[in-house]
Design a protein around this ligand. Structure first.
Ligand code: GLC
Length: 478
């Protein structure tokens, strides 16, 4: 039996802020279900304040011990719960994790150094040494570094293979060398492994030291070998490309299902697409927009960050709004964009709503209500929203980058046959985004054809199926 321990800083439904949380909340379950008795899947994450009481009530205490981080002696509790074939471990230390939000604290480096140390010590305390330790993004990069630099000589640890997955290369965990020993508990001998550009770079260390390196789409795997996408790590990625592979994420098909999603006003499937319109009408009513099932509704659900391609939207939205269409944005982030979209709503009170917030229930309603989903990212490691939108019959309009390029293929018609599953464009250009958005509207106006296309979009397979099989082969279960 293969034992796999996923390590990450967030996982749905316990504590999640983004795509990483969605992936760690669904991939382990898929591996457990596929592998059956051949696999023992466990996941470890910090016990944050945001973990709900309903889950805390299900937890039991596995161990309590002291973790050493340089000169510090720190309390560490291990809580566990079993759910859907997966064992979940939570690292408990209230000083580090009983705080508001997940990230953005002054001592994040120290918090995740503690977390990673605790994960390796947990193995000894529970006598659980996995065959694969699968770390994700910079917050868990130190588990790979510690496993190879501190524990490799300890017989029990020496057989552990480490996998490191890059969900976004933009966030690398960069610190000054003055805290190498004091915070990260590393030595001069470790310097060359973690050094990049004169700084400690935790992601770089994990890239160098892991046995298998993955990222979340094949296209992103090749993109991050070039300076345009690698945020300074292109040569490290290229040097390690022999062990790199890109595996496209999937989405949780049980949770994201328009047939059963209780957030929707009206459930529907690709066989009952007409019912989808009821969600649009209800949403328009809720938003106090003109209620009209025939008006094309464009939506964006996104963090308001530059790499999401918001400049392109700012550059074309007025031209799109010359048409008889509606536009609804849901998301928070960069203040400049928040301001832009607030003003946009003021300028187009009958056409635009800017919901500067994040709310899972509202997001599901909007995925179901809209006709088009705009996602013109500058870079996108994988992207999950385009997959969720597709499943809810909302046609994606995307730029051909990263996972967007691997999952959404441009619409075209040939001898009466509809091809593709969205509208796509190549260059980072507002004009191209506008042109495709209008092409999408033209198709919308041909009601029968559009319905056929929506049904095709909804049937695109974004379940974990094929990708989970790929992970199974990687873990040598198959
Ligand atoms: C990050 C990436 C996103 C990806 C997600 C899950 O959030 O930005 O593209 O889908 O991780 O891997």
């Amino acid at each position: 039996m293969k034992q796999i321990l996923f390590v990450g800083s967030e996982a749905a439904p316990f504590a999640a802020t983004g795509g990483l949380g969605d992936v760690l909340g669904s991939l382990p379950n898929e591996i457990a279900a596929l592998g059956g008795d051949d696999v023992d899947v466990r996941v470890v994450l910090p016990l944050y304040a945001m973990v709900k009481d309903e889950y805390r009530a299900m937890m039991r205490t596995e161990a309590e011990f002291t973790v050493s981080l340089a000169w510090r002696r720190l309390y560490c509790g291990i809580k566990s719960l079993y759910k859907d074939g997966v064992t979940w471990y939570f690292i408990d230390n209230e000083y580090y994790f009983k705080r508001n939000g997940l990230y953005g604290h002054f001592d994040d480096g120290e918090r995740y150094a503690f977390f990673c140390t605790a994960v390796l010590e947990m193995m000894r305390v529970l006598n659980f040494y996995p065959d694969y330790m699968h770390a994700n993004d910079w917050q868990s990069a130190l588990t790979v570094i510690y496993a190879k630099r501190k524990y490799a000589q300890v017989p029990e640890y020496s057989g552990i293979k480490s996998v490191f997955t890059i969900h976004n290369i933009e966030y690398q965990g960069v610190y000054g060398f003055e805290i190498l020993g004091d915070i990260f508990n590393l030595h001069e001998g470790d310097r060359s492994f973690v050094e990049n550009d004169g700084c400690i770079n935790l992601m770089k260390g994990a890239i160098q030291l892991c046995d298998i390196l993955t990222t979340v789409s094949p296209r992103y795997a090749s993109e991050i070998q070039s300076p345009e996408y690698a945020h300074g790590l292109e040569s490290i990625i290229s040097a390690n490309s022999y062990k790199l592979r890109g595996i496209l994420n999937g989405i949780d098909y049980i949770s994201y299902n328009p047939k059963t999603d209780t957030a929707l006003w009206e459930n529907f499937t690709y066989r009952s697409i007409d019912k989808k319109a009821q969600n649009k009408v209800e949403f328009q009513g809720l938003m106090n927009l003109p209620v009209d099932a025939d008006k094309p509704l464009y939506a964006m659900i996104t963090r308001l960050a530059t790499h999401k391609g918001l400049d392109l939207v700012c550059g074309m939205i007025d031209r799109l709004l010359c048409e008889d269409v509606q536009f609804i944005l849901l998301g928070t982030g960069d203040g400049t964009y928040e301001e832009f979209f607030r003003k946009l709503e003021e300028r187009y009170p009958d056409k635009v709503r800017s919901l500067i917030m994040f709310d899972r229930d509202v997001s599901r309603k909007l995925y179901a209500a809209a006709d088009f989903f705009i996602m013109p990212s500058k870079s996108e490691p994988c992207g999950l929203s385009q997959m969720i939108a597709s499943r809810y019959g909302t046609v994606p309009i995307t730029r051909e980058t990263g996972g967007l390029a691997d999952s959404i293929h441009g619409y075209y018609e040939d001898k009466g046959k509809l091809h593709g599953n969205g509208f796509t464009f190549a260059n980072y250009s507002s004009d191209e985004l506008l042109e495709r958005s209008l092409a999408a509207k033209a198709l919308y106006e041909d009601k029968e054809k559009f319905k056929k296309f929506v049904s095709k979009v909804m049937r695109t397979d974004f379940s974990w199926g094929r990708s989970a099989e790929e992970y199974m082969r990687m873990y040598e279960i198959r």
